[in-house]
Write a protein that binds this ligand. Structure first.
Ligand code: 9MR
Length: 333
């Protein structure tokens, strides 16, 4: 087992009624690396599938579903007393080819989406804490994202329909709209705000907004974050940080890793006051998506590629403890 300093993050989060989580990588989780699974269950009290529950991963051939990985994740979480966030029911990416390459009528697409949502949410009814029902439907300009199969086939109505179908399939699941770079005040977060306000006002069952939090090591909490959180909460919505990572230019210097730790500490402190959860997009640099998608960047997570805790890990730990006890906790290690 790798060095895994106590107290563990989940043990610090639980008494504060807070959820600290990580996205689970399919290959690592289903492989034979015991460190990967051990760290997941020791440190976190909520999990999300990085890819396993996306439409294109679940359904490779028409109208058939392979639940092998998603079932394993949900079972693992139950065994270890962890909640699960479901990610994601409606997205423009990672769709099955059999969906995007066929000719459909509007009615067919509506039926297809309804069946997909009800099949997936229904399978895990009562076992998924919160669903990212719709992911990334707003463009950077604040208008609807139009380069989306769902938008092109159904128009913006698909968003309200998706929430209604998810709610029918599991009335107790907390239903989220989730997006990136809509955390502080900007045209995109204005667009997200307008969308969720209109959904709420029309009686659509939406309960939360996810801030993905894919940020860089200079990231700090700003007034814009406070203002955006306040206006969303005034609508009666909850907030969660759903996909946090803090990328550095690689190779990362010690100073960058300290700056990254500050980003994590500020995010956790902010989330403790305003969010139900903070979920990391992975936990070890070994399996982070960043180097593949952003060449020249990486080192984005609190454990390094050898599962050793980085300054970011201790910063999260300290933020969860609260300042006075934090020093003592670290002194014990
Ligand atoms: O981390 C995911 C990566 O493994 C996939 O290849 C990629 C496909 O686009 O999706 C990544 O996860 C994304 C998430 O589902 C939605 N928000 C942005 C995440 C990072 O791209």
């Amino acid at each position: 087992m790798s060095t895994n300093p106590s107290p563990h993050l989940r043990d610090l989060a639980a008494p504060r009624n807070f959820f600290i989580g990580a996205a689970v990588h399919t290959g690592a989780f289903s492989g034979d690396e015991s460190d990967y699974r051990d760290l997941l269950q020791r440190e976190f009290n909520v999990l999300v599938a990085e890819n396993m529950m996306k439409f294109g991963e679940l359904s490779r051939t028409p109208n058939t579903y392979d639940w092998t990985h998603s079932d394993a994740l949900v079972d693992f979480a139950a065994q270890h007393g962890m909640k699960v966030r479901g990610h994601t029911l409606v997205w423009h990416q990672q769709l099955p080819k059999w969906v995007t390459s066929s000719q459909w009528t509007t009615h067919d697409v509506q039926t297809l989406l309804e069946q997909h949502i009800k099949t997936v949410v229904g399978r895990y009814r009562g076992r998924i804490w919160a669903w990212d029902v719709v992911n990334e439907a707003i463009a950077d300009s604040g208008g609807y994202r139009t380069d989306s199969f769902w938008y092109q086939q159904l128009g913006p109505e698909y968003i309200a329909l998706a929430f209604r179908w998810a709610h029918e399939a599991d009335p107790n699941a907390i239903l989220y709209y989730n997006d990136y770079e809509a955390e502080a005040l900007n045209p995109k977060s204005d667009g997200v705000y307008a969308l969720v306000r209109d959904l709420k006002q029309s009686g659509v069952p939406i309960h939360g907004v996810g801030w993905q939090m894919h940020v860089g090591e200079g990231w700090r909490v700003s007034d814009g974050h406070h203002q955006n959180a306040a206006r969303l909460r005034e609508l009666g919505l909850e907030l969660a940080m759903t996909e946090m990572d803090v990328r550095c230019q690689t190779p990362a210097t010690a100073a960058q890793l300290e700056s990254q730790a500050t980003s994590y500490r500020e995010a956790v402190e902010f989330a403790l006051a305003t969010c139900s959860a903070l979920v990391l997009w992975g936990f070890t640099d070994k399996y982070s998506w960043i180097p593949r998608f952003r060449p020249g960047y990486g080192a984005a997570l609190p454990f390094d590629a050898a599962y050793q805790p980085k300054p970011a890990y201790y910063a999260i730990q300290q933020a969860l403890v609260g300042t006075d006890e934090a020093a003592q906790a670290q002194a014990k290690d």
